[in-house]
Write a protein that binds this ligand. Structure first.
Ligand code: M6R
Length: 614
């Protein structure tokens, strides 16, 4: 939520900052702004709406040349998305410019205090108070670093702040608490940003910052202190993907590119995680085998798509390990006072590793002495850093707001975790585990075969272009897939879409079915005969009431054909792994329909990729 970037070095800062914002626009696109230090003054521009509006404004009225600057792309929390509330915000005299990601919870008393002291605040944001406070401190003679540190100690909530001072032209200062911030370390130039994508074009060397730290970047170096002024150190790491991964590579949407990257992403997520005999090796796990043998309950937490990956994981983990497994929305978890002990393993699933709800859930779990394992796609992010163990998903950067390869690789990581637990605890034979690993190794090919038949889904989107409501039915591991299919359609096509467990239909939802309502039906493999037959009954029930059925069933399943208006054939795979293939046509369908409707697929309205506020 919100992308922020700061730069100091020999290049024209405006270009570096705007390019950085372009690569982070997925984090928020309600407004964008830039500020530069030029000739002892701050030069700035900011515009409501997408970055293109700022681009146009800068084209009409260019800012002066400068080599130090910062920028912001906003997902609005406090105050409407208009020009005034856009960041950067300036202090009372315009000497300091500041951008912010997060929420300053005690902004009301601080605002009142500033107003009593005669400050005139122009916006409705919580951010502007920080700009005034930092500027007041530098005006008193403190360095920008010292001013930032003092102000941060007075703030409650979640924030990343970046500031520049017109009187200190070669320095950018940033701070973080509960909100993402990484440093890009270049040669004679340095960067701060919410995400490495902002500076990947210039350097792949990054520094991970800890909680409550202030970082000062100059051309010469990087200095980190904590909020009390004690020297601290960032943790260096090398980004293992390059600029091409952060670009569309000829696709119209990042989402479409990311859907098509799934075969590779699955293969990368499997790489090095089993030996030739199929025995699992999760070297990076950092929880001992003894501790894993002692686990008596698993609770999986996540939000949105990550939560649905957790629902799939429950079926697999309980089946393979017999460990009771609960799945919970991160934001509900800590408020119900869950029962956690030293033997509870909390698995936090998050593509970004920055989702505030999930972060707060793991903090609660660790306070209660539970062990926390993160499944995450983003190196250097907060959730893995604050967890006892991590399985990285190696999907490469996911930029489309709708998660696709993120979900796919979360499934892979969940299956690997389940199989590893089964191996360590001896609840499955080695050959059984190896057989599932072999099936997982086939997945890139299966997913590719579905992508090669993408035209079928295109035709489907054309036929269903007028639908105002779409339902999704599944059973067992197909139920979370139904939920995921509906979520993709809601967030991209903005139409009513709901996923149901097929067995639940007759308990109410079937009342929604009327003539011609499209219903996607995810049919379990025929090998699960009892499940399969029940699903076929469900399809008949909706068809009898006039629904148009789009049936996703495995190759060779002819029993369902008579009840399908449209058949989408899935590769033959085991029931527990079927979500990996069943989700692909649903991702493509949402992407095609939203494209047809003229929506911005990568930046759907009201959303942001990384939800860093609770
Ligand atoms: O980064 P995370 O995996 O923690 O994000 C969780 C959800 O916000 C995310 O999956 C969201 O639901 C997606 N936009 C769905 O496509």
């Amino acid at each position: 939520m919100c992308g922020i970037v700061g730069y100091v070095g020999p290049q024209q800062a405006e270009g570096v900052v705007i390019e950085g914002l372009r690569r982070m626009e997925y984090r928020g696109y309600d407004s964008a702004g830039v500020a530069l230090v030029h000739d002892g003054e701050i030069a700035w521009d900011k515009r409501a709406g997408k970055l293109a509006n700022l681009d146009k404004s800068l084209g009409d009225q260019p800012l002066p040349k400068a080599t130090t600057g910062l920028g912001h792309t906003r997902w609005a929390t406090h105050g409407a998305p208009n020009d005034v509330n856009a960041h950067p915000h300036l202090g009372a005299t315009g000497r300091v410019a500041l951008v912010h990601n997060g929420i300053i919870e005690n902004f009301a008393p601080l605002r009142a205090e500033l107003e009593r002291a005669g400050h005139e605040l122009r916006s409705e944001t919580d951010t502007e108070i920080a700009a005034h406070l930092v500027e007041a401190a530098v005006t008193e003679g403190h360095s920008l670093t010292e001013a930032m540190r003092q102000v941060c100690r007075r703030l409650d909530g979640a924030f990343t702040l970046v500031a520049i001072d017109a009187h200190d032209p070669d320095r950018v200062v940033a701070a973080r608490r509960n909100s993402p911030l990484v440093v890009g370390v270049g040669e004679g130039e340095n960067f701060v940003a919410s995400d490495v994508a902002a500076f990947i074009e210039h350097t792949r060397d990054a520094l991970e910052l800890g909680q409550d730290q202030v970082v000062t970047i100059t051309r010469e170096g990087v200095e980190v202190v904590d909020f009390d002024g004690n020297p601290a150190e960032g943790k260096p790491y090398h980004v293992d993907w390059d600029l091409s991964a952060a670009e569309k590579g000829g696709y119209d949407w990042f989402m479409r590119k990311e859907i098509h990257e799934q075969p590779n992403a699955i293969a990368d997520s499997m790489l090095g995680r089993h030996d030739e005999q199929g025995a699992l090796q999760l070297d990076e796990l950092r929880i001992s085998e003894d501790e894993l043998r002692g686990v008596d309950k698993i609770i999986i937490v996540g939000c949105g798509t990550a939560f649905y990956a957790g629902l799939v994981a429950k079926y697999a983990i309980e089946h393979w390990t017999r460990i009771p497994c609960e799945v919970e929305l991160s934001h509900e978890f800590r408020y119900r006072d869950p029962i956690l002990t030293r033997d509870t393993l909390v698995v936090a699933i998050s593509q970004s590793g920055e989702t505030a709800d999930t972060l707060m859930a793991i903090r609660h779990a660790r306070e209660q002495r539970a062990k926390v394992l993160a499944i995450c796609n983003t190196n250097g992010s907060t959730i893995p850093r604050e967890s006892d163990a991590v399985i990285y998903t190696h999907a490469g950067p996911e930029i489309g707001v709708a998660s696709t390869k993120g979900f796919m690789t979360q499934l892979v990581a969940c299956y690997l975790l389940g199989l590893y637990l089964a191996q360590v605890r001896g609840t499955r034979w080695g050959d059984e585990i190896a057989a599932v690993v072999r099936e997982l190794e086939q997945m890139p090919g299966h997913v590719q075969s579905l992508l090669d038949r993408g035209d079928e889904v295109l035709a489907l989107a054309e036929n269903l272009a007028d639908a105002r409501s779409v339902l999704f039915l599944g059973r067992h591991a197909g139920f979370p897939v139904a939920l995921e299919g509906a979520l993709k359609l809601k967030e991209l096509a903005y139409i009513h879409a709901e996923g149901f467990a097929a067995g639940e239909l007759k308990h109410g939802p079937i009342a929604l079915v009327e003539k011609d309502v499209p219903v996607f039906c995810i049919v379990p493999p025929q090998g699960r005969d009892f499940l399969h037959d029940k699903m076929v009954s469900g399809i008949q029930e909706v068809r009898a009431r006039g629904a148009r059925t789009i049936v996703l069933a495995e190759e060779g399943d002819d029993d369902v054909a008579p009840y399908a208006d449209v058949m989408v054939r899935l590769p033959k795979v085991p029931t527990l792994l079927q979500p990996m293939v069943a989700v692909v046509p649903l991702q493509l369908f949402a992407c095609e329909l939203a494209t047809r409707m003229g929506h911005d697929v990568d930046q759907p309205r009201n959303l942001a990729k990384s939800v860093t506020v609770e």
